[in-house]
Design a protein around this ligand. Structure first.
Ligand code: SAH
Length: 358
């Protein structure tokens, strides 16, 4: 088969520029050449490193979080589900740390053949699905780390006369960004320089999870690089990553990871809007650092360092990377969708210091 760049150019030459989202769907998901079909992108030899690959503590604490939800669950036995499990590291660590999860059926949603093989070696009991829709409609205990940001995103830019959508067209011997004609979008008239990113795929998954949890119970934990209203970036967030560095998103489709930053307030609103009875579910968002600290990662790190003194330095480094404000602690956010009830562990509002003063 011809290289993906050539196929994309032929398609655009025949039918015109395509949306950024359509470009991403092919660059990441083309069955023969898509980035997430053909390789293991993780770790030092790959293009990027994720929290579960940094330390076992990450998956262990998520395992305990899920086990707490299982203990509170009423009704039919839930199914344990992970979206985009990578090498299976998070789930293997979770199952080792939280025995009660080991009795549940395990479903993995994964499109990559090489990564399915890596997952199978660590999680032989799993069954695999191409999409969330194919996972049986049972109560779910679900985790998705750095999954939503791998799904296609649409990008919009405004000038003084309205919105245009970012497109990919031909440029010289390669591809270049362009803009569609003006298009209507819901909401207020934009100001010049306004930008928006929307992922129908990511929002569809969150809406589906919210509806399943409202009907059947269970819980979902979604962790990703992203922002809230208070730290919204100044401009669009799409970027390409190759060999642990920024790359040109259009230079070599299928060869670089393409990601964007999740708008967590928007996703939380999507989850709430997806259920008919708004009080059937609770949606919480916090930072990865606050979440892990509240679940006791400091204690876990100290216990691990006592058990393996020769690794104490590496354990301290991992703790710092996962939780500090200058590393993943605030840039990564965690969203929980649960049935209505008190906030789950990791999301409990801590009293502000001034509340202590008499
Ligand atoms: N959660 C893992 C891996 C994150 S990378 C970790 O934290 O290490 C993104 C994962 O999602 C990979 O496993 C990738 O193959 C998978 N993936 C990407 N797009 C997908 C899609 N459209 N459907 C299913 N899985 C997908």
């Amino acid at each position: 088969m011809r290289p993906l760049l050539e196929r994309l150019r032929a398609r655009i030459a025949a039918t015109g520029p395509i949306s950024l989202a359509d470009y991403m769907a092919l660059a990441l998901g083309d069955p023969a050449a898509g980035y997430y079909r053909t390789r293991d992108p993780l770790g030092r030899s790959g293009d990027f490193t994720t929290a579960p690959e940094i330390s076992q503590m990450f998956g262990e604490l998520i395992g305990l979080w899920l086990a707490d939800r299982l203990a509170r669950h009423e009704g039919a036995r839930p199914r344990l589900v992970e979206l985009g499990p990578g090498r299976g590291t998070l789930m293997a660590d979770a199952l080792r740390a939280a025995g009660p999860l080991q009795t549940l059926p395990l479903s993995l949603v994964e499109t990559s053949r090489p990564l399915r093989a890596a997952q199978a070696s660590r999680l032989p009991q799993a069954v695999w699905h191409e999409t969330l829709e194919a996972v049986p409609d049972e109560p779910l205990l679900l985790v998705a780390n750095e999954f939503l940001d791998a799904l296609p995103v649409r990008q919009y830019l405004a000038d003084d006369r309205g919105w245009r959508e970012v497109q990919v067209g031909l440029a010289g011997a390669g591809l270049g960004f362009g803009l569609s004609g003006r298009i209507p979008r819901a909401g207020l008239q934009p100001a010049p320089g306004d930008w928006a990113e929307e992922s129908p795929a990511a929002e569809g998954i969150v809406a589906s999870l919210a509806a399943r949890i409202a009907h059947r119970g269970g819980a979902a934990l979604i962790i990703d690089y992203g922002y809230r209203e208070a730290d919204r970036p100044a401009g669009p967030t799409l970027q390409a990553i190759k060999d642990h560095a920024r790359a040109d998103p259009l230079a070599a489709p299928g060869e670089a990871d393409l990601t964007w930053l999740i708008d967590f307030d928007r996703l939380a609103a999507v989850a709430r809007d997806a259920v008919d009875e708004p009080h059937a579910i609770a949606v919480h968002v916090t930072t990865q650092g606050a979440f892990l600290a509240q679940l006791g990662i400091g204690l876990r790190a100290a216990a691990l360092a006592r058990a393996r003194p020769e690794e104490a330095g590496a354990i301290a480094d991992a703790l710092e990377r996962l939780t500090s404000e200058t590393a993943m602690g605030t840039r990564f956010k965690v969203m929980a969708i649960t049935p209505a009830g008190p906030p789950p562990p990791g999301f409990v509002e801590e009293p502000k210091p001034e509340d202590d003063t008499p």
